[in-house]
Design a protein around this ligand. Structure first.
Ligand code: CP
Length: 307
């Protein structure tokens, strides 16, 4: 038992048994997090460095907490006050951090492929916290954990992912993970942001939101990734909301038991209305809570991989 790689670069490299093992381990840590003493000595003596070249609230904070709950030392590397601004390369920066004793380097970067590059250049375990438009594996794992916790199963569910699929690393990791675990996946959004070529991933594609949501078990909304778009993918945010925003009326097309998910940060009134985001079927804050147990599981299992 155990993961096969020292790194978590993407969901693509995992199989269903790996995913199951991470979710099961996370369930154990979720129990621990419900106790009075939430800290375990499992990784005492190890060091985790958060190396974030892009902003983050949920991912960075929960990796920091996860590492602390496992008793590792934690450094939050601040790119803007580091020698990166003097021109130091990513590789030299990461090698420097490793030379200081980092066992885990959690990296977020605007360029796709950075986690893979670092994993190939470092002895430390590299965890991808989001690389460009490529993957955000721990987000998909916490999403699957939340689905399994609320629905009891993943296999056979119909999951509708709505919005800017083209630029979303969250969508890519979720598509890979959900398909490996036996769920059906529908992608919904404007054709400019949900190109037909994505059909190669064995998913259904809809531009009509009402049709795409019909009978869905899970409705996963995505933020418009303005920072990764040029102009011209849709006319205005008002028009986007009119066609692809999740309102109570649109949600009524999905199953009555359907859950509403969003990886955050949300743009209320652009991709989701506040009454849906804060409504009874929303599990958006459960996703955040579960991220802590899932990230503990990832660090714990990677520490067990023999070099
Ligand atoms: N979902 C997610 O990655 O959120 P942050 O950008 O706040 O980490």
């Amino acid at each position: 038992m155990g993961l096969k790689s020292k790194d978590l670069v993407g969901i693509k490299a995992l199989d269903a048994a790996d995913i199951e093992q991470i979710l099961d381990t996370a369930a154990g840590f979720k129990d621990v997090l419900g106790r009075d003493i939430k800290k375990v000595p499992a990784l005492r003596g190890k060091t985790t460095v958060n190396l974030f070249y892009e902003p983050s609230t949920r991912t960075r904070t929960s990796f920091e907490l996860a590492a602390k709950r496992l008793s590792t030392d934690v450094i939050n590397f601040s790119v803007s006050t580091s020698s990166v601004v003097k021109g130091e390369s990513l590789r030299d920066t990461a090698l420097t951090i490793q030379a200081l004793g980092a066992d885990f380097i959690v990296v977020r970067h605007p360029c796709s492929g950075v986690a893979h590059f670092l994993a190939n250049n470092l002895d430390a375990s590299v965890v991808n916290a989001g690389d460009g438009t490529n993957e955000h594996p721990t987000q998909a794992l916490l999403d699957l954990f939340t689905i399994r916790e609320k629905k009891g199963v993943i296999r056979g569910l119909e999951v509708a992912i709505v919005g800017d699929i083209l630029h979303s690393r969250v969508a890519k990791s979720n598509i890979y993970a959900l398909k490996k675990m036996g769920a059906g996946v529908r992608l919904i959004g404007p054709p400019t942001l949900v190109p037909d070529v994505l059909k190669d991933l064995d998913v259904e594609i809809y531009s009509d939101m009402e049709k795409g949501l019909k009978g869905a078990d899970i409705v996963m909304m995505l933020r418009i990734q303005v920072e990764r778009q040029g102009k011209g993918f849709f006319p205005t945010t008002v028009e986007y909301f009119r066609n692809w925003g999740l309102t109570p009326e649109r949600l009524a097309r999905a199953k009555e038991s359907a859950l509403v998910m969003h990886p955050g940060p949300m743009n209320r009134g652009v991709e989701i209305s506040s009454d849906v985001a804060d409504g009874m079927r929303s599990v958006i804050l459960d996703q955040v809570t579960n991220g802590l147990a899932v990230r503990m599981a990832v660090l714990y299992l990677l520490a067990g991989v023999k070099g």
